[in-house]
Ligand binder design. Sequence first.
Ligand SMILES: *Cc1c(COP(=O)(O)O)cnc(C)c1O
Length: 422
Amino acid sequence: MTVAPQFQHKNGVLHAENIPLPELAHQYGTPLYVYSRQALRDAWAAYQEAAQARDVLVCYGMKANSNLAVINEFKTLGSGFDIVSGGELARVLAIGGDPGKIVFSGVGKQAWEMRAALEAGVKCFNVESEGELERLDAVARELGKMAPLSLRVNPDVDAHTHPYISTGLKENKFGIAIENALDVYRRAATLGNIQIVGVDCHIGSQITEAAPYLDALDKLIDLIQSLAAEGIHLQHLDLGGGIGIRYTDETLLSPRVLLDQVFKKLDSHGLGDLQIILEPGRSLVGNAGILLTAVEYLKHSPAKNFAIVDAAMNDLIRPTLYDAWHDVEAVQTRQNTDEALTYDIVGPVCESGDWLARDRPLSLQQGDLLAIMSAGAYAFTMASHYNSRPCPAEIMVDGYQAHVIRPRETIESLFQDESVLP
Ligand SMILES: *Cc1c(COP(=O)(O)O)cnc(C)c1O
């Protein structure tokens, strides 16, 4: 069994749904991102089921994977979107997404981005500082509009995740410290072009237990009650994203288990009517994709065995950036049981940090295909052109059918807009 149900070995060959991966490698080349449409749907269904009959709006945290085919799938399923830039807004509008289901997050919103979002008519701005609040009011006034506002509060809880993806501690740059939130809401209530609609937090990513969410929720409930005592009534409570996925053997927090406890807490405080917003990214797409790569060389040095592959840190930066683990599966399991060696899987980029996996027991030959698992989230969207490497193609598999949802970039496209001095 792999970590992803839609990527399984059948007769010794790893498939994406019903398509053998060697076929895709042959047709489209490597490296190649391969996604499963069914995996997106299944991940969505877990949130649907968790919502039960309650008023829950799931806003896909699209920075995890913003390909139009991916966001269009979620749009069709009824999702809203959590955006963090004017660029992501443009993507949602390009597929005809409903702006009324967009929440706009991010610590550094520029005036043009606020303008674009106000003109589109987004559901809400998740505001992260007093300076941003004042700017939002000014921009809305220029446009003669009311800006719907939720403050992103930093509840100072430890999400027990990697420091780079933890966002809810008081030393993080994100959100407004919980002890200052009441004052900032009071200020917001005096501004002519701000309409207070909610409260928001997002405490981190790859979270595998409910406790940090519930700790944050307790603090938000206190805040909501203090606000109500001053006549400020909220329509929604946004708990952010952050639910983890199984990269290897992590225990999982299901949306159902989390929401059941959230509903119970809210009901016990008489807040059962609040709309709940969630902003899941990774948990909707992470295990719906793999990065398919070919072994170029095997290199045996006295200290290490290296499998040098054609994918690199510029295609998947998570290992070197976060010390993240991605399972590595041989696409074709060998008939002859060559003894496995312990390999570091590395790319061709000129950096010692260019590694994808370390110390993996594998039986390999030059030319073999490997699948780097769990590459549906924060893989393509964090890709770069370092070393003048064009981005791989992205393929979405639907049953027996493969769709190119973004072709492999050409080398010429990397420098076609550059020019030399006269
Ligand atoms: C990144 C991000 C998300 C999505 O996080 P995941 O861990 O991928 O679920 C949601 N909300 C905000 C504000 C974010 O920055």
